[in-house]
Write a protein that binds this ligand. Structure first.
Ligand code: FAD
Ligand code: ZN
Length: 464
């Protein structure tokens, strides 16, 4: 190992590695502080050539590598295990926006670009990159692609998978797969790039990507709508889709309890209503030159869906205030302590059934548990999180947690859903992958992993 470490230090040069545990601490801690890893060295290569050399050296020594982006992932995929024998490879210095082509509606970026910087570069060229999530100020595009991130605009633009045109990937033997094309149509053989999207660093290291850009959606309208039951959200969405068609950019459901947590923990976060209501939906729609369109659509729908109250942002600052409430949820939950997180999806039409049966399940398993439900209901994706009473012993906490989680995932499976809608599997959901994916699917995943990484050196112990 000592020889390898010296070799790795020489590859990246003097200012691009760390071995001091205190300095590496933020890179070794999972975002919620649930998992702590160890590593002999953190490497920060500057370009693809250095990544190739690192991978070759590690492959030769049979030592494994954990790729890391912004380390905001929620399944502990980006931190090494506790063995202290896995090399941690951060892409953060590979953060160049190589080009933005306004006519081609595409851009080429390095994997370590922060998502918000990519959005800004697209905006500067009068174009739009729609991927948007609470961690956008620190997550990297390489991490977004490796987790097939979703976020708040999936309803109109799809997940990260739909936004990638090409990838440059370093394979486990150091081969560079150069697929940085910007083609919209290309049926020449297997679509290899999509293998790496959502593979969480287990099949290759993404070093650069070409991304799909969109026209600026123009003026958008933002509304916060109060509802008495979650099922109204699904009905509201169906009706609004009738009038606004594909111009709904975001449709986010949040329970009152979740927004209370935001008001409690996030400075200056306030709901714009005098009264409290059980559920809220935050809606954004591209309304262009007809700014009243969203309001009119809501008025028209009032006969079909019971809307208790609603505010429409009058300007961008009010819209930002509404979005801040939504984007602060993960941070507020983190302040609140360790709860159970379930990032589930079900067919949109079965969302209400899921919520009703989920309630019954919590009531019968642990009535004192608090439900914190919110998410991208327009995509059938809910963060169905549960806070357990703080006075439970660690043992009771883990026993109740396991029972609740299992019950929820069984229910999701019965409704034809997924135990992981957008956060991936990482280290935390491996058991669920084994339990809820079919033998044929698991078998094929293992064969792919063995074919691409026969030595098992790329992020071992994650996903599969
Ligand atoms: P990391 O956490 O560093 O890594 C994630 C995984 O990808 C790891 O397995 C890592 O090994 C691998 N990886 C990273 N970079 C590379 C690379 N270049 N090549 C190969 N493998 C790589 N997620 C959503 O989908 N939707 C949301 O709405 C959302 N909201 C969030 C809000 C907050 C406040 C937070 C903290 C997280 C949220 N997340 C959300 C989760 C997280 O932000 C996303 O999963 C994000 O895509 C991770 O990017 P990252 O750069 O931080 O990746
Ligand atoms: Zn989410």
């Amino acid at each position: 190992m000592t020889m390898l470490i010296d070799q790795l230090k020489a590859i990246v040069g003097p200012d691009a590695w760390k071995t001091d545990p205190a300095e590496m601490q933020p890179n070794l801690t999972e975002w919620r502080g649930l998992v702590f890893g160890k590593t002999p060295i953190l490497l920060e290569p500057a370009n693809t050539g250095e990544v190739v050399q690192i991978v070759r050296a590690c492959a030769q020594a049979g030592v494994s590598i954990v790729p890391q982006g912004g380390n905001t992932g929620l399944c502990a995929g980006a931190v090494p295990d506790e063995s202290g024998e896995q090399i941690l490879l951060s892409l953060k210095r590979m953060n160049r926006i190589r080009s933005v082509d306004a006519f081609d509606f595409s851009m080429e970026v390095e994997a370590g670009c922060v998502l918000a910087d990519i959005q800004a570069a697209a905006r500067d060229a009068d174009r739009y990159f729609p991927l948007s999530l609470g961690a956008e100020g620190s997550c990297h595009i390489g991490g977004n692609l490796s987790t097939n991130a979703g976020g708040v605009n999936v309803i109109r633009y799809g997940t990260a998978r739909a936004l990638v045109l090409g990838l440059e990937v370093v394979l486990a033997d150091g081969t560079v797969l150069d697929g940085l094309r910007t083609l919209r149509k290309d049926t020449a053989g297997y679509d290899l790039k999509q293998l790496f999207v959502g593979s969480e660093g287990t099949l290759g290291i993404i070093t650069a990507a070409t991304l799909r850009l969109f026209p600026d959606p123009g003026e958008t309208s933002t509304a916060l709508v109060a509802l008495s039951e979650s099922g109204d959200a699904v009905r509201l969405l169906a009706h609004l889709r009738g009038s606004l068609a594909d111009r709904i950019e975001a449709f986010e459901l949040v329970s009152h309890r979740v927004f209370s947590l935001v008001e409690e923990h996030i400075p200056n976060a306030r709901l714009p209503f005098e009264e409290t209501y059980p559920w809220y939906v935050l809606i954004e729609a591209a309304t262009g030159r007809n700014p009243d369109e969203l309001e009119n659509a809501l008025v028209n729908v009032a006969e079909e869906v019971s809307i208790l109250d609603a505010v429409i942002a009058k300007n961008s600052s009010e819209a930002e205030d509404l979005w801040r409430l939504r984007h602060s949820i993960a941070e507020a939950e983190r302040h609140d302590g360790v709860g159970l997180k379930h990032d589930i999806s079900v067919p949109i039409g079965r969302m209400q059934e899921f919520l009703i049966r989920g309630d019954a399940l919590l009531e019968s398993t642990m009535p004192e548990a608090g439900l914190l439900a919110f998410g991208h209901v327009g995509d059938g994706n809910l963060h169905y999180n549960v806070s357990l009473p703080s006075d439970l012993t660690a043992e009771a906490h883990s026993e109740a947690g396991a029972r609740i989680t299992h019950g929820i995932y069984d229910l999701v499976a019965e409704l034809g859903g997924s135990f992981s809608a957008e956060h991936g599997v990482g280290r935390l959901k491996k058991a669920q992958l084994r339990e809820y994916r079919s033998t044929a699917e698991l078998d094929l995943m293992k064969r792919l992993k063995a074919a691409l990484d026969p030595q098992n050196i790329l992020n071992p112990g994650k996903v599969i």
